[in-house]
Design a protein around this ligand. Structure first.
Ligand code: URP
Ligand code: ZN
Ligand code: ZN
Length: 485
């Protein structure tokens, strides 16, 4: 059999196995896995390297207007390049509907942003802020039909928030079409109540962002979101879980048969609220929501990751520069309430997880693969085309030097700071392939903007997962799901 490319002499790892093999690639797919593959028009020597499924970054904000109305600093060119240098072959940013905007218009806008610029494959999660009858009955099903099979809703942020009734409508439509609803779960009124009191007492500095978003606000909202999903037996994904209590709710719900998954993010594993207290206005760099917590929370979240309660570690890359175009768009003296929420991390996610997770023995290599690629591919309808190394899968591959030591500094994004800057890291992705094309090779960018393709995703796969039947009633079955006739 002829191959376009062979990766030789590497140690291959998937979410379940680690083995020595050559990988033969043809027409963008893996076609051979063997001890030794002879002959190829092109080859990569991976001696001493790890050959892993390319990362899938499933939570990032690229060329997107935020819930505070601010455009992210990264477009699909810089965002995808930075993702690739961070070991990712594919990413799934958000396509954000704003109130009054049609879903179709939203998807077309993001197609025009992504297609000419992305160097890696991409899909979108839809952010739904305006679930009109037209959106629920016609436009969301149309989006599902073209392979956009997940979307996010917000329980907080004035410009994005939906109420519980709208949440139920969306969950019910999602269930009917096999889509997955993602949720930013924080109690809006607890946050506003705390913020008003802090500001009235003159507490405006970045450090007060943490108490303004109490852990209880997350736990209450996660509990409510899970209850709403259980009422209609719809799958649910809790994004950026920052509290052990929230992670425990996810674990317990799934253990009882509900279709609930969750993720945490590097900022909650590697930073603490002390970073919000850095001198001058430096703390603004660390404002994100949910906010940074404390060292005990970090340890508890590592435990929830290690034991599988949380299925992904995603970056929540939300890049706003440390200037008046980003963090300080409301002015140089902005209070914690006005400073843009979010921080970059798309290029740091996997090196941090490898260095602090695998090298330090908190997780094994196979779990690293699961957390960085395989679980995202499964949850978001891309497996087994993506997220694994197997015959027939896309040749989305990241070759890692597990021993390279380096210090985190400037990244390839459009940002002017790296919240993880100065950290010593062991392990680095050196070559990244997307469908067999070299995107990054030996630390050099090879791919061109526009080389990435839109990935039409499958419905969420609930095989093997037992649903939850609400005791009293199940509107989806008793009263008919909200599906257009
Ligand atoms: O502060 C954050 N996380 N900003 C990005 C938007 C979101 O809520 O994920
Ligand atoms: Zn969010
Ligand atoms: Zn986010």
């Amino acid at each position: 059999m002829t191959h376009d490319l062979v990766i030789r002499n590497g140690t291959v790892a998937t979410a379940t196995d680690t083995f020595a093999a050559d990988i033969g690639i043809r027409d963008g797919r893996i076609v051979t896995l063997a001890d030794r593959i002879e002959g190829a028009s092109d080859e990569i020597d991976a001696s001493g390297k790890l050959v892993l499924p390319g990362g899938i970054e499933a939570h990032c904000h690229i060329e997107q207007e935020s819930g505070m109305g601010l455009l992210a600093a990264d477009d699909y060119r810089t965002g995808s390049i930075s993702a690739a240098f961070g070991g990712n072959s594919c990413f799934v940013p958000f396509a954000a509907q704003h109130r009054g905007m049609a879903i179709k218009e939203t998807v077309e806008l993001y197609d025009s942003r992504a297609a000419p610029k992305s160097v890696i494959d991409y899909s979108y999660h839809l952010i739904v802020t305006d679930p009109t009858e037209l959106a629920l009955m016609k436009e969301l099903p149309e989006a599902f039909a073209r392979g956009i099979t997940s979307f996010k809703v917000f329980m907080t942020y004035a410009l994005s928030k939906i109420d519980d009734r709208q949440f139920l409508d969306i969950l019910s439509v999602a269930k009917a079409h096999g889509a997955l609803t993602m949720v930013h779960a924080e109690n809006n009124e607890m946050i506003n109540w705390m913020s008003e009191r802090l500001l009235a007492a003159g507490h405006e500095a970045p450090r007060y962002h943490a108490p303004s978003h109490p852990a209880l606000a997350e736990e209450e909202a996660i509990n409510r979101a899970i209850s709403l999903a259980k009422l209609v037996d719809a799958p649910l994904f809790i994004v950026h879980v920052s509290t052990p209590g929230g992670a425990e709710l996810v674990r317990a719900a799934r253990a009882r048969g509900a279709k609930v998954w969750g993720e945490t993010c590097p900022q909650y594993l590697f930073l603490t609220r002390d970073d919000l207290d850095r001198p001058g206005s430096e703390g603004a760099k660390y404002i994100c929501s949910p906010p940074l917590r404390d060292a005990a929370t970090q340890e508890a979240l590592w435990h929830q990751v290690r034991t599988g309660a949380l299925s992904l570690v995603s970056s929540d890359h939300a890049p706003y520069r440390f200037d008046e175009t980003g963090k300080f768009n409301a002015g140089p003296d902005a209070s914690f309430k006005q400073i843009a929420n979010g921080m970059p991390g798309i290029e740091m996610r996997l090196p941090l997880l490898f260095s602090e997770g695998v090298v330090k023995g908190r997780i094994g290599l196979n779990q690293f693969v699961a957390l960085s690629a395989t679980n995202a591919a499964k949850i978001y309808g891309m497996h087994p085309a993506k997220g694994t190394i197997a015959i027939g899968s896309d040749a989305d591959i990241a070759i890692w030097d597990p021993e390279q030591t380096w210090v985190a500094g400037e990244m390839h994004d459009a940002m002017d700071y790296n919240p993880f800057g100065g950290r010593p890291i062991t392990g680095r992705p050196v070559t990244v392939l997307s469908r067999g094309r070299r995107v990054v090779d030996d630390g050099e960018l090879i791919a061109q903007p526009g080389d990435g393709q839109f990935i039409a995703r499958k419905p969420v796969d609930l095989t093997g997962l037992k649903g939850h039947q609400a005791d009293e009633l199940n509107p989806a079955t008793n009263f008919g799901a909200r599906v257009a006739p």
